[in-house]
Design a protein around this ligand. Structure first.
Ligand code: NAP
Ligand code: GDD
Length: 365
């Protein structure tokens, strides 16, 4: 039975990756930093009682700011595979907290790689680094009018991407210097019903669900014309696993060859909630109206524009498709449908629960 260690456990990618590895009979170890509130709802369904003699799912308290703790954990567990997903992964937040982001997204990776070496596991443990698509921007002059590949020149546009660029290169450097199996997954935006709430797709689907249930009046957004290659996280975690099953470590671009604007995602989401909308220009600002009530339900707020933006990206994932035989199963529209439906369901349940509590409390008044 293989052992996998995953950092960054409480959020989307981890939850799907853990599900996948458990279905493949891995023993899964997770590192969770201590928080004052429990934030494990995305993975509670995977939890196993620690007294279970066949326990496959082990929790370790750990923090990527703590080298000694990482060295001890890695030496004790001796994992066959490490997936480094923990990060400060919000681009807009990285402009507000550049120093923390540098620590989180760059030094932590170095710490993990060093911990593997100190534990003498560099020849046996495979290492996956969660790299990002937005290391590239502008034209690739070697391939004008073509898609980016693993070899395209890089031009990061935020503190987050600068930190991730270092992490990508230090992973390559450890591979070359110490002959480690270390590789980067250059992944595009992947989303799902359990995506963190302030990334744009989830912000949209939650707001659309609430608007459709009369729980919210308006959605405020930033740049509607930015284009992204959005896909379902389930398809992407499969690619992460496949990268570590290769004979030699290589970096792979994982993308779908499609790119849609934030505006299109807003449109699809309202369609899924059966709300017909129409957008109009008012002075310099764009506003969107609910056609059945003519209430304004989407407005632009400059606060959500970034100091530097990546407007458009297209990537060529043919290497992953040819070598890993990776192929996505979802479409972006299927994913949007799933996200809207899940958020509507969630808020309906919350409202029913609230009503139930009001009824109980009323009995005591
Ligand atoms: P995410 O939702 O932001 O999750 C980050 C995880 O890191 C959380 O579980 C967080 O735990 C953990 N973490 C933060 N600080 C920590 C610390 N000091 N010690 C231990 N754990 C810590 O990210 P995601 O969307 O799942 O993405 C996973 C990785 O893929 C990230 O590295 C991201 O940069 C990269 N990536 C994501 C995408 C995408 O579109 N999703 C695309 C390309 C690359 P808490 O709950 O305690 O905060
Ligand atoms: N978050 C957010 N909130 N983004 C908005 C908003 C808003 O209100 N309005 C417009 N946008 C635009 C952003 O300007 C950006 O162009 C696009 O929507 C997507 O923003 P995010 O969902 O925050 O994702 P991201 O592309 O910046 O970063 C995500 O994908 C990267 C991979 O391509 C993150 O998951 C990163 O960690 C990841 O590396």
């Amino acid at each position: 039975m293989k052992k996998a260690l995953i950092t960054g456990i409480t959020w989307q990618d981890w939850a799907y990756l853990a599900e996948l590895l458990l279905s493949k009979w891995y023993e899964v170890h997770w590192i969770k930093r201590r928080t004052s509130l429990f934030n494990t709802d995305r993975i509670d369904h995977l939890y196993q009682d620690i007294h279970n003699p066949n326990l496959k799912f082990h929790l370790h308290y750990g923090d990527l700011t703590d080298s000694a703790n990482l060295i001890k954990l890695i030496s004790d567990i001796k994992p066959d595979e490490i997936y480094n997903l923990a990060a400060q992964s919000h681009v807009a937040v990285s402009f507000d907290m550049p120093e923390y982001t540098a620590n989180a997204d760059w030094i932590w990776t170095l710490r993990l790689l060093e911990a593997i070496r100190i534990a003498w596991l560099e020849k046996t443990t495979k290492f996956y680094q969660a790299s990002t698509s937005e290391l590239f921007w502008g034209l690739d002059y070697n391939r004008p009018l073509a898609w980016y590949t693993e070899e395209s020149p890089m031009h990061p546009r935020s503190p987050y991407w600068c930190a991730k660029l270092y992490a990508m290169w230090i992973t390559r450097n450890y591979k070359e210097s110490y002959d480690m199996f270390a590789c980067n997954g250059i992944l595009f935006n992947h989303e799902s019903p359990i995506r963190w709430e302030t990334f744009v797709t989830r912000k949209i689907t939650m707001a659309v669900a609430k608007i459709s249930l009369w729980l919210q009046d308006k959605l405020f957004l930033g740049n509607l014309d930015a284009k992204r290659d959005w896909w379902h996280a389930k398809d992407y975690v499969e690619a992460m696993w496949m990268m570590l099953q290769q004979d030699k470590p290589e970096d792979f671009v994982i993308s779908t060859w499609e790119s849609y604007s934030v505006r299109e995602f807003v449109n699809w989401s309202f369609e899924e909630a059966w709300i017909e909308i129409e957008w109009r220009w008012e002075w310099i600002d764009e506003k969107w109206y609910d056609k059945s009530t003519w209430k304004c339900i989407v407005e632009i707020d400059k606060k959500y524009f970034r100091p530097a933006e990546v407007d458009f990206l297209l990537w060529d994932s043919s290497k992953a498709r040819n070598v890993l035989l990776w192929k996505p199963k979802y479409t972006v529209q299927m994913m949007c449908k799933e996200m809207v439906a899940s958020d509507i369901e969630k808020f309906k349940k919350q409202e029913i629960l609230k009503k139930h509590w009001y009824e109980i409390l009323n009995q005591y008044e």
